[in-house]
Design a protein around this ligand. Structure first.
Ligand SMILES: [Zn+2]
Length: 372
């Protein structure tokens, strides 16, 4: 597993471009002889199915496999060879868990049921799970149970973090471009600068949270702004603003979106600017099934892993939310050590000491379901 993990770490690929990663996973899965191996799912995803001798429940484990546009600042032989790209979210480790599980299944199959391993592309952009679910394979196949995990720095190594209901927030990105007209900086009034419109929109965003969802939680974050070009001689004619809206509830997020978009458009109109806007990278909330979460807790106990019940959900998003909608599913966290740098930090490197706990909990979940 360590070899799988470090090899993937050395050759990271961005969301939607996981060509070599998929090729390597394919090559490593082949000796485990899955009954079915599907490739090119939702881009470069793979699904390996292992049927046991007798019929029984079917369980699917999902790992994400993409890296980030973040340089790899680690001092190790497996440092990224792809300039500016790094496995900074530990998806190399997630993929290695499932590859380890494939090997175990080949050596020690269960008596009943089926295990499926989903290697999912493009998690970071929120596009992968939805794209995988568009594939025709799901017309004849639906697992009874679905599980996934994320490594979490800041929590003790191997500690399993569970939560019933909402585990991670829903979010969506909004981008608005404003088009006015440039003018000489000595005569800005003869042009139409998007400056004031951008300031008003930024002010609205930073005045958040507003009571869109009185019973829940929501957050709007300004993530990017641009005004004209970096000159001194020209009053700008172009503006760009990007923000992310978040909520613990999908409907509440929809409400936030339906209030925010007309407001942004009204501001553009008020300053006589043309605009073009778009919603990007939507993530539904990850909403766990309590029965599935119960199975995670039981497996953590049999695997001898410490546990912690989360009192609140995570504010970040995970596109596993697409899998919790159609399936009985649970997503959980596993601590990767208190002293680790944060996820998406240039120095983050999934710790190999977590490979075994990650594999063990998946194996115990499967064992509990498939030993009859
Ligand atoms: Zn991640």
């Amino acid at each position: 597993m360590r070899y799988f993990r470090t090899t993937l770490h050395k050759h990271p690929e961005l969301s939607g471009h996981e060509v070599q990663t998929a090729g390597r996973i394919h090559q490593w899965l082949a000796p485990t002889q899955p009954d079915e191996l599907h490739t090119q799912l939702g881009g470069h995803g793979l699904l390996a199915r292992y049927r046991m001798a007798q019929p029984g429940p079917s369980v699917l484990f999902r790992a994400d496999m993409d890296a980030l546009p973040i340089p790899d600042e680690i001092d190790a032989p497996h440092r990224s060879q792809n300039e500016g790209i790094g496995h900074k979210c530990g998806h190399d480790g997630h993929t290695a868990h499932l590859l380890g599980l494939a090997q175990l299944l080949a050596e020690r199959p269960f008596p009943i049921g089926e295990v499926a391993l989903l290697f999912q592309p493009a998690e970071e952009t929120g596009a992968g799970a939805a794209a995988v679910l568009q594939e025709p394979i799901w017309r004849n196949y639906g697992p009874d149970w679905v599980f996934g995990l994320h490594n979490l720095p800041g929590f003790p190594m191997g500690q399993v973090l569970t939560r019933d209901d909402v585990f991670a927030a829903a979010s969506v990105g909004y981008r608005i471009e404003l088009f006015g007209s440039t003018a000489h900086a000595a005569d800005p009034f003869s042009g139409r600068s998007p400056s004031l419109a951008l300031q008003r929109l930024a002010g609205h965003l930073q005045a958040h949270p507003q009571p869109h969802n009185p019973l829940g939680w929501n957050l709007a974050t300004l993530t990017h702004m641009r005004l004209g070009e970096a000159t001194f001689g020209t009053s700008p004619g172009y503006g760009l603003l990007q923000c992310t809206l978040r909520s613990d509830d999908d409907q509440a997020l929809d409400r936030m979106c339906s209030e925010w978009q007309p407001l942004a458009r009204r501001v553009a109109d008020a300053y006589h600017l043309r605009y073009r806007d778009a919603w990007l990278e939507p993530f539904p909330a990850v909403r766990n099934d309590p029965e599935a979460t119960g199975r995670v807790r039981r497996a953590a106990a049999t695997a001898g892993l410490a546990q912690r019940e989360l009192t609140t959900f995570f504010r970040w998003s995970e596109d596993f939310g697409h899998l919790t909608q159609p399936f009985r599913a649970a997503f959980f966290g596993i601590g990767s050590g208190k002293a680790q740098p944060a996820l998406h930090d240039m120095r983050y490197d999934y710790p190999d000491a977590l490979l075994s706990p990650g594999l063990r909990i998946f194996y115990r979940i499967a064992e509990d379901l498939l030993t009859g």
